[in-house]
Design a protein around this ligand. Sequence first.
Ligand code: FNR
Length: 394
Amino acid sequence: MKTLRRAAEIRDLRRLARRRLPHAIFEFIDGGAGREITLRANEDDFARIGLSPRVGVDVATRRTRRDIVGFDSALPVMLAPTGLAGLYWPQGEQAAARAARRAGVPFCLSTNSVASIEEVSAAATGADLWFQYYFLKDEGLTDRMLARARAHGYRVLCITLDLPVQGRRHRDVRNAFVVPPKVTLPTVLDALRRPSWVAGYLRHGVSFGNFETHQLGGGFSTIAQHIASLCDAGADWETVRRIAEKWGGPWVVKGVLHPEDARIAVGLGASAVVVSNHGGRQLDGVPSAISALPAIAAAVEGRAQVLLDGGVRRGTDVLKALALGADACMIGRAFLWGLAAAGEAGVDKTLALLGDEIDNALALLGVPDVAAIGPQILTPGGAPDFSAKMRDPA
Ligand code: FNR
């Protein structure tokens, strides 16, 4: 596809995704909670960190490989768990998992995927698969889901902690976004301008593939209703301990912004802590992920890995996160835009862009191996003082 070939950066994939997706679906991906202060800060704070290159270094051979929770990843990058990927492109989870396998990076399947645990593992044999778990009210369902994930080769359990209830996402309320999408005059008029998406949707439809029909209650529901009916807001660290014990393999916690929470997770045996504000989709006004990272990396003290997501849009963002103490980054929207624009080839493009940008930046920074990235690549003083500037633009 010519347009895909001409995409110079991930922002171009977002533009293509916007053209292909119905408005409400594009906004579901794009949007955040509240006034989207945290959503904007996730990207803006990366832009405020300066890089300090060295010259006169042999950079003829460069290395981008990095261990991510025991997997020798081709890049310090992996695909974040994201719900409903199959709504953005037919069989979107399978497409993304295959693209991750091709690029040699891990893929994390969401509890709220369209494709099931079984369908994704069958479509992407040999990929490094992780399964993301939201605390469910139904203990039997939890047991079955974890057993299915283990039996189908998912290696790491990612326990997401920042969604006891869903954040308040104004765009979804204004767009009356429900699953399955409702047929109304405005949605039909909008869909008529998006024939490629409609054709895929009519062939494949949408459902929450990891749940059985009777568990979903039938009919249309907002994502907030879906979460409220199935997820357990009563879960705590004792629940984390119990889930980790049931799982029996490597596990990570996702959604940590406070150093003390990172310490607790490490004390319970987490292999990694994911510094994340859920892409600005949960509580508006919390710190950007990159500004929360240094204190958490300091609290973890190398006893576990530190991953980060939120606002990662280019290779230099990944290197800045590594410089401030992360081992790797997860990407959410960056791959969803590629997926929504062009399916598997679009996710290939996202990962190729990030890989090329990382490689290019290593050469231009004078640091030929990502393993050697540290605070030395940042302008003197390292990260700016992030605390000063969160503001509501009214
Ligand atoms: C998400 N995220 C998410 N996280 C999770 O643990 N389980 C999930 O089901 C979802 N679903 C989801 C859907 C969509 C459309 C988005 C954009 C995000 C959060 C995701 O894993 C990650 O934390 C953010 O996407 C990171 O921010 P960026 O990379 O999108 O800026």
